[in-house]
Design a protein around this ligand. Structure first.
Ligand code: PEP
Ligand code: CO
Length: 455
């Protein structure tokens, strides 16, 4: 997109430099055919209520500071791309349920608090490797996520439509509302969540995890006997995160906090910069360097220690605990070589980022039948490589970032259900990358818990 034609009008309360990104090179933005319509939507987004509040964002930064210092662990998960149609009560409940179930297992494994975060309530914009897609000789704009255009391969659907940004905002609002209801209203009761996990471990296919599930059982009975306040344990903190990509959405939803005069992106608590938009002199890095939210950056195998140092200096110049999360996505074959030099480099910079493994995006394959998929074993291998690298260098493995759904889809190969290439056809629903299903997600949590209990 040509930034000089950007449709966005600055939000009220301009902070020096906040709009500097407009003068920089920007990637992965749609070409709205009707720029006046896009400007009108941006004006409307400037006046809608924020989805999250500065105080919550600050609390998350404190939670992440604890992760960075090795006293907590982050679990971040959800769809590759949320869709408007998929924002149903059942889908949202199942995803929250899966993340809570995983969190109970991880709490035990880590003997630490787990910071719970969904790739939810705003994960609607997708970076693409090509601007267009051609099918049978017809070329149309690539699908950039429901907040930009439709997935159907017709001209009407693929034409970027700014009205979708408003629908994205309202869908995020209703999703977040239900998440808040579930996590504050009793659904998150530790005893209930654990009883769901017991069912998983009693299944003969998962017998390997029964021992761990029984230990958790005993720990909960002990807490009950010792008089732990289970009323307190009925509520959990749950944070919303997504890739900060679509600037015509993120900028109008950025508000100046009246207490401190600093800008907060209010479309979610935590935003990350993707692998394709993280160049040091690009628009995204500049914009997110100026907001108060905790920020993530994806770190792929091409990252060098020098490039990482430059990013850290730009995004976390004050070395503020909890400010910066580095989400590594190296691929199972690369992680053991690629990660240690980066960990080493940060040690000498006196920075303590949160290190998180995304074992999904470096392990994509396409089957002979044309399905984009990932092998569960590769996902597990990358997670293990991540822990090994941190043990080697003496840094804290801070968390996992996964694409998952609470439903029974067949998108990733393997796991205890042994989904094979033919099995992918049964229930492949993702419009973007393949997700771990409910069972595979729980199995991953048990495996990560085993890593966490290793000396
Ligand atoms: C994603 O998280 O869905 C994604 C596109 O990741 P990356 O930027 O690491 O490729
Ligand atoms: Co993805």
């Amino acid at each position: 997109m040509d930034t000089s034609e950007s449709a966005v009008i600055p939000a009220p309360g301009v902070v020096e430099g906040l709009d500097h990104w407009r003068s920089l090179a920007i990637k992965q933005q749609p070409q709205w055919p009707d720029t006046a319509a896009a400007a009108a939507v941006s004006r409307e987004l400037q006046s809608v209520p924020p989805l999250v509040f500065a105080g919550e964002v600050d609390l998350l930064r404190e939670r992440l500071a604890r992760v960075a210092s090795g006293k907590a662990f982050l679990l971040q998960g959800g769809d590759c791309a949320e869709t408007f149609q998929g924002a149903t009560a059942d889908n949202i409940r199942n995803r929250v349920k899966t993340i809570l179930q995983m969190a109970v297992v991880l709490t035990y494994g880590a003997s630490m608090p787990i910071v719970k975060m969904g790739r939810m309530a705003g994960q609607f914009a997708k970076p693409r490797s090509s601007d267009d897609e051609t099918r049978d000789g017809v070329t149309l704009p690539a699908y950039r996520g429901d907040i930009v255009n439709g997935y159907d391969f017709t001209e009407e659907s693929r034409t970027p439509n700014p009205a979708r940004m408003l629908q994205g905002y309202h869908t995020a609002a209703s999703t977040l509302n239900l998440i808040r209801a579930f996590t504050q209203g009793g659904f998150a009761d530790l005893r209930m969540v654990h009883s769901w996990n017991r069912g998983f471990a009693e299944n003969p296919a998962n017998a390997r995890y029964e021992g761990l599930a029984k230990e958790i059982d005993r720990a909960i009975r002990f807490m009950e006997a010792a008089g732990a306040d289970f009323d307190e344990l009925k509520r959990v903190e749950f944070y919303a995160s997504h890739e900060g990509l679509l600037m015509d959405y993120e900028r109008p939803l950025t508000r100046i906090d009246s207490r401190t005069g600093t800008p907060y992106v209010t479309s979610g608590h935590f935003l990350w910069i993707g692998e394709r938009t993280r160049e040091i002199d690009g628009a995204h890095v500049d914009f997110f360097s100026r907001v108060r939210n905790p920020i993530g950056v994806k770190v792929g195998p091409s990252m060098t220690p020098d490039a990482l140092e430059a990013l850290i200096d730009k995004l976390d110049p004050a070395r503020e605990p909890g400010r910066l999360t580095l989400i590594t996505r190296m691929g199972a074959t690369a992680i053991r070589d690629a990660l240690p030099p980066l960990l080493d480099a940060t040690k000498s910079l006196e920075v303590q980022p949160v290190w998180v493994t995304d074992p999904m995006h470096g392990n994509g394959i396409t089957t002979s039948t044309g399905y984009k998929t990932r092998r569960f074993d590769d996902v597990v291998d990358e997670v293990q490589g991540f822990f090994e690298a941190h043990r080697l260098i003496g840094t804290h493995p801070g968390g996992v970032h996964v694409e998952l759904t609470g439903d029974d889809v067949t998108e990733c190969l393997g796991g205890s259900q042994q989904i094979d290439e033919l099995g992918l056809e049964n229930k492949y629903e993702s419009l973007c990358d393949p997700r771990l299903n409910h069972q595979q997600s729980l199995e991953l949590a048990f495996l990560v818990a085993e890593e966490l209990t290793k000396p």
